[in-house]
Design a binder for this molecule. Structure first.
Ligand code: ZN
Length: 232
């Protein structure tokens, strides 16, 4: 069984919101994932949306020592090495994103890189040309950094619809990581990977429930995602 858990930022300081997970809590989560991977025939992928520097600082060593095979960062290309002014809570939560150098180090250690667009705009608000631009430019820039092809994409706010799916395919992506599928039944050659979002409120039992595909957890995550879109 395959499972994909998605984080955003990590860090010790208090925050406004629930996107930043405490590093000790993260370590506990990874202990659970290691146990599932080793003893319960589960293959867990860990992804990080937005590409915060906290991933490099707090997750790198834990994940490099873990049984997690796929570790994927989804940076917002225009913000690499910069602060998160794209986030409406920027003045309350000021964080830096991964630098080019840090991304290169993670890749050299076996991490993968996917696109999370250039600007983190909700794609539902853009026309097709604008979406294509977000998809193509972010892909090219990331490929220049890692000197390899980029074929994974995670839409901001985790929602995919038929239009974004078709455009992603034309842009050269073959795997899309999502939270919510807006009525797409046939994805063609594109692999849609459903993820469970992890927040600072999630404890060990929530992680176990998410891995076990709990409907209640998924409902909670979808509720939080909807709120994130409204407050974007
Ligand atoms: Zn994001």
């Amino acid at each position: 069984m395959k499972v994909c858990l998605n984080y955003h930022n990590l860090g010790y300081n208090p925050q406004f919101g629930i996107n930043k997970v405490h590093p000790i809590i993260f370590k506990n989560h990874m202990d659970i994932c290691n146990d599932f991977n080793k003893n319960k025939n589960v293959d867990i992928t860990i992804t990080f949306d937005d590409g915060y520097e906290g991933v490099f600082t707090y997750c790198r060593k834990i994940l490099n020592k873990s049984t997690i095979k796929r570790k994927i960062i989804f940076p917002i290309v225009d913000y690499i090495g910069k602060y998160n002014t794209w986030d409406s809570s920027f003045y309350l939560n000021k964080y830096k994103h991964l630098t080019i150098e840090q991304i290169k180090i993670l890749v050299s250690e076996g991490w993968e890189v996917g696109s999370h667009t250039c600007t983190h705009t909700y794609l539902g608000n853009l026309n097709s040309d604008q979406i294509m631009n977000e998809l193509v430019v972010s892909k090219q820039k990331l490929e220049e950094i890692i000197n390899n092809e980029v074929t994974s994409f995670a839409p901001p706010y985790g929602i995919i619809d038929k239009r974004v799916l078709e455009l992603s395919k034309s842009a050269g992506y073959n795997e899309i990581f999502i939270q919510k599928n807006k009525n797409i039944l046939d994805t063609g050659s594109i692999l849609l990977v459903k993820r469970n979002n992890i927040y600072s409120i999630d404890r060990n039992k929530n992680i176990i429930n998410k891995i076990n595909n709990s409907r209640l957890e998924k409902k909670k995550e979808n509720c939080i995602s909807s709120l994130n879109i409204i407050t974007r």
